[in-house]
Design a protein around this ligand. Structure first.
Ligand code: ASP
Length: 437
């Protein structure tokens, strides 16, 4: 144990002075929370505008020769309000005029949301501020330079007993600022945790952890208390979102657990994300259910297909040559289906169908649209018998027709394809049978 926690706070956790005060109380409640990664101020209410969005707007107005002063003024006001409510001395005008000089640079402009916010938080806590540009490095092609970052950042941060570090950006070899993709402060938090060899990466947000189903579909779904990195990846891929996709990799390699926590309910345990589940943990075989709409299935039939070497490979090449990734590929004896994103497929549809006919000479090709895919995910599914039977009877009892079944080869998930119109009912029926019951 190093007795080090890296705590990252998201935009809603830092949206105004009262949220920042909650964050300060969380930080000081545990002296192991030594390295704090901060986002830019996010939304205070649903129609509010994030500082990062205002910064992008300001840059766009500047480059289009439009008047940007109102947008810049609003950014200034937002910070000025926070500063006065926190009761700290902070020269916001110096920061805003520095920003104004550099509005031509998109990533620099966007990064000032976290930069200024982190300086304010550091001042309020009376902690050192550490600029991410001095420790997070990208190669000239814009990829994170892991080796250089982990060693330099680790060394520089450990020389400080604690620090506030802005999320979302780092520096290119020429020193200019480069941001991660949106939501990238999660990635910074993970990089910091890895670099200082933290025991834990806490990710503080506005929900009490990862939910076992989409709350827009299922009423009050349960919070997942423990989940493995692999389960998380499967559920996130199918649309459940709690963390930036790239945030798992740095800590996963070092086996550092991630704890998703709620700034507004700090006593909740949240969700713990680990490489393997704690021993003696008793829980359901199914951890979570997630899904997406908008798929099409292209079913190709040809008698004696099984005897024809390379049929499947040729079919998949046609899709990949057209730049279309496939999601699933269930096969029968004389049939093979390729499930793809409908929007991408529609753009290339005629060309792909022509190539299938010319190159594979099939007996029959059928396109099924309006398909949704639902993943039922859980490490426990491998060892428990009768899971598939339960899934299928839950759907049959609800009168839902299953249009595709695909079990992942790791037996960690079963993907079910149903008509888009049955999607919500299917998720609810599966949740009731597999998680709530
Ligand atoms: N502020 C950035 C965004 O809105 C990064 C982040 O909050 O993680 O995307």
């Amino acid at each position: 144990m190093n007795n080090i926690i890296t705590a990252k706070f998201g935009g809603t956790s830092l949206a105004d002075a009262s949220q920042i005060k909650k964050v300060a109380a969380i930080i000081t409640a545990n002296p192991e929370r030594k390295y704090v990664v901060a986002s830019a101020p996010g939304k205070r209410f649903s129609d509010d505008i994030k500082i990062t969005d205002m910064l992008y707007k300001c840059h766009a107005q500047f480059t289009n020769n439009e008047n940007y002063s109102e947008t810049l003024g609003k950014i200034r006001e937002r910070y000025a309000g926070i500063i006065s409510e926190l009761g700290i001395e902070f020269d916001i005008d110096a920061e805003i005029s520095e920003l104004e000089k550099n509005l031509a640079h998109k990533d620099y402009t966007a990064s000032r949301g976290e930069y200024i916010n982190s300086k304010i938080i550091a001042k309020f806590l009376n902690w050192p501020f550490f600029d991410a540009a001095d420790g997070i490095f990208f190669t000239s092609s814009g990829v994170l330079d892991e080796a250089k970052t982990f060693s330099t950042l680790g060394e520089k941060l450990k020389a400080l007993s604690c620090a506030v570090i802005p999320g979302f950006y780092g520096a290119l070899p020429d020193g200019s600022i480069k941001t991660f993709s949106r939501g990238g402060s999660d990635v910074t938090g993970s990089i910091v945790a890895r670099s200082v060899n933290a025991d834990l990466y806490e990710n503080w947000t506005d929900v009490s952890g990862m939910l076992s189903a989409d709350p827009r579909i299922v009423k009050n779904p349960r919070v997942i208390d423990f989940i493995t990195y692999t389960e998380l990846r499967e559920l996130s891929y199918m649309g459940a979102s709690v963390l930036h996709e790239d945030a798992v990799f740095p800590v996963r390699k070092a086996g550092i657990p991630i704890n998703i926590r709620n700034t507004n309910r700090p006593d909740d345990n949240g969700t713990m994300i680990t490489a393997s589940l704690p021993k003696n943990l008793s829980r359901k075989a199914v951890t979570g259910i997630a899904g997406r709409k908008g798929f099409s299935s292209i079913r190709v039939e040809k008698s004696m297909m099984n005897g024809e070497t390379g049929f499947g490979a040729k079919l998949l090449y046609i899709f990949s040559d057209n730049g279309l990734p496939f999601e699933h590929c269930p096969t029968g004896i004389d049939t093979i289906s390729v499930v793809v994103n409908s929007d991408l497929f529609d753009e290339k549809r005629d060309k792909i169908l022509r190539e299938i006919k010319n190159e594979l000479d099939p007996d029959f090709v059928m396109i099924e649209k309006n398909l949704s895919a639902i993943a039922v995910v859980g490490e426990g599914m491998v060892s428990v018998k009768g899971i598939a039977a339960k899934i299928f009877s839950a759907l049959a009892n609800a009168g839902i027709n299953i249009r595709m079944i695909d079990q992942g080869s790791d037996e960690l998930n079963i993907i079910i394809g149903v008509d888009e119109k049955d999607y919500e009912l299917a998720i609810n029926s599966l949740y009731k049978a597999m998680i709530e019951a």
